[in-house]
Ligand binder design. Sequence first.
Ligand code: PMP
Ligand code: GLN
Length: 394
Amino acid sequence: MTTTTDPLASRMRPFGTTIFAEMSALAVSTGAVNLGQGFPDTDGPPEMLAAAAEALRGGQNQYPPGPGIPALREAVAAHQRRFWGLDYDPGSEVLITAGATEAIAATILALCETGDEVICFEPYYDSYAASIALAGAVRRPVTLRPGSDGRYAFDPDELRAAFGPRTRLVLLNTPHNPTGKVFTADELALIATLCQEHDVCAVTDEVYEHLVFTDADAPHVPLATLPGMRERTLRISSAGKTFSCTGWKVGWVSGPAPLVSAVLRVKQFLTFVNAAPLQPAVAVALGLPDRYFTEFRDGMQSRRDQLLAGLTDAGFTVLPPEGTYFVTADVTALGGRDGIEFCRSLPARCGVVAVPTQVFYDDVEAGRRLVRFAFCKRPEVLAQAVDRLRRLTA
Ligand code: PMP
Ligand code: GLN
């Protein structure tokens, strides 16, 4: 290798530094309020934190079993039974991973041959494209576009046309980051029908499963609960969002034993195992009473309402989310023509960081003027951000 050639393998060259890292660094260097990267600024449930401290002091610091500690696998299975009526055998149908990110990567690497196609809805979470590329697979995006009612939807014909002889997986994220969309029963039914017609597996990223707001048109429905789907779906979630511990990176994947076992085959060579003392703590959190999950959602909904009102007042055209941590907005009314330019200049203009969502599209035009704000922040932080954003039109 000569020093003049790029040492990076060609399949990774299209991927620069993630937008989240870029924008968080910008927030630090400018002292701006960071509504870019989605992480809460408060800690998760005290019972969970106490259990982690106890495990750490109590010697649970060596390699846990490959699929995860039994207590956590049992808690993951019980949680899915309690909230979604889904039954998974903790012994063979649940695998603990280093966050949802590793679960997604290991799943794609495990199931895709070179040249296989993965259908995903754009804007897509950034790690999807990179994981698909690492597997030598090809992404087939289907675009979510805001309609006149402000809701993002896809064209069913575009989805039908995306299926072909090389389709291996459909990767579905609902509730959806960055749009805050919750896929409706009709949309899920179409996805399920097409998966079965084409004998394709589904991979569902449900990290925001507990963040669907009370005024959403549709409740959250795991695709695996639809007829004929459990046996072809790998369902992924993580502790990061539900328990406000994004730095812990404890996730899981559930599905039929042969599929989960394929994912484990890859996971064992990516990280082998992860987060020994955090695993028992997440097991405690998953077993918290329903009240925890309701209050968590209600708290986030009031923050959403606060930011929606503030952004509207500051002149943004907002696209109200039904779930997640995020709201997207069109910057055209504020004179913005390009979300990347808008977000790069925002800290200097008014001391706030947001994320341009065009980086999550192959069809850049579709997201050109859209930006995303995270509202998983304390009310006083949101109030300060809104005060600053008002300066844009003052
Ligand atoms: N998928 C989506 C849609 C996300 O927003 C995130 C960020 N939490 C992840 C996956 C990654 O989750 P984790 O931090 O558990 O790896
Ligand atoms: N999921 C978080 C978001 O969308 C950030 C994750 C990351 O920084 N990779 O903001």
